[in-house]
Design a protein around this ligand. Sequence first.
Ligand code: BGC
Length: 370
Amino acid sequence: MKKITAILLVLVLASLMVVSCGGSGATLIGIAMPETHVLRWVKDGNSLKEEAENLGYRAELQFGDANQGTQNQQIQSFLTQGAKALIVGCINDGVAPVIAEAGREGVVVIAYDRIIPNSGDYDYYITFNNFKVGVLQAESIVAGLNLRAASAAAPKYITLFAGSPTDGNAFFFFDGAMSVLNPFIDNGSLVVVGPYPKTSADRANFQRIATENWQAPIAKTRMENLLSNDARNYTLDAVLAPNDTLARAIIEALKADAKYRGNLPVVTGQDAEFASALSIKNGEQYSTVFKDTAKLAEAAVILADQALKGQPINIPGAVLASGDLREIGNTGVKYVQAFLLDPILITRDNLDVPVEAGFYERHEGVQLLN
Ligand code: BGC
């Protein structure tokens, strides 16, 4: 009898603990994602909230609508509610004042996927190897065009797009890509149609190929203008597109031009969005880069948890950026600890990789693999 009473007592205590975990007494983590017009962030936000709650935290999730003022209000409200940690995918450097305030209050701030620029008020950044993202995009162009077989006598033609100049990642993506493409441009086997910043350090030309706030309509209009101007007398073999949302907008513009109907250039991407994976399956977009955001979210919450508990940081599957990659953690004011996950190139040949990783809804996965 005593034994049964003891077991019952343990069960009651255990259930009380479950109720209190994640309940109103739990430590609050504020999750601020930048936007919803690029779908990945919705996934990121939901995964972060779920991971935080799994570890017994209370989590609040907000999306900034690509507007830093809006996101600052959201972060301010997390602080007012007593958040002890913030996980922030920011929009631009206008976020610095609220991060400074969080720093003054001793709140743990984690820059999520995007660095928080021009701030010295936080210590941690979790992201992917963004230089490698660009390298993979360019390698898919080299393979897709069989560029090693091209020559100055019979060159291939490419046009270049970059992401938002307000997003530090856009520079790394571009520089990674150009580290692969420049030797082919230098030997004449690849010709750039339109502006050609050799690296992002050529800010004037980078600005001309950049896409403010990663807005698809801007990329689409720029592609249309290129087609009727700089690219009028060429047939493009490739377009360096920095992410899937922009890749699909660029493809739309290309498909409206009779010259490219049924004869699309190699167009790169990033994020392995379902719509782009389907486009790859259907032979339109050529490649994408899979960044497993569920893993990134899990890693970010482990980082927050360890930092909150004052434990040494040790994140399975992530490496601390060192050597040249240390630049990824340069806020412009200081170097934060940048933890990097590995991106994976996806073409028609390995669409099963994101599917097997559970990145899509079940029915989407079935559609991609059949
Ligand atoms: C992210 C990309 C995303 C882009 C636009 C970048 O900071 O790394 O995955 O496509 O923002 O939202």
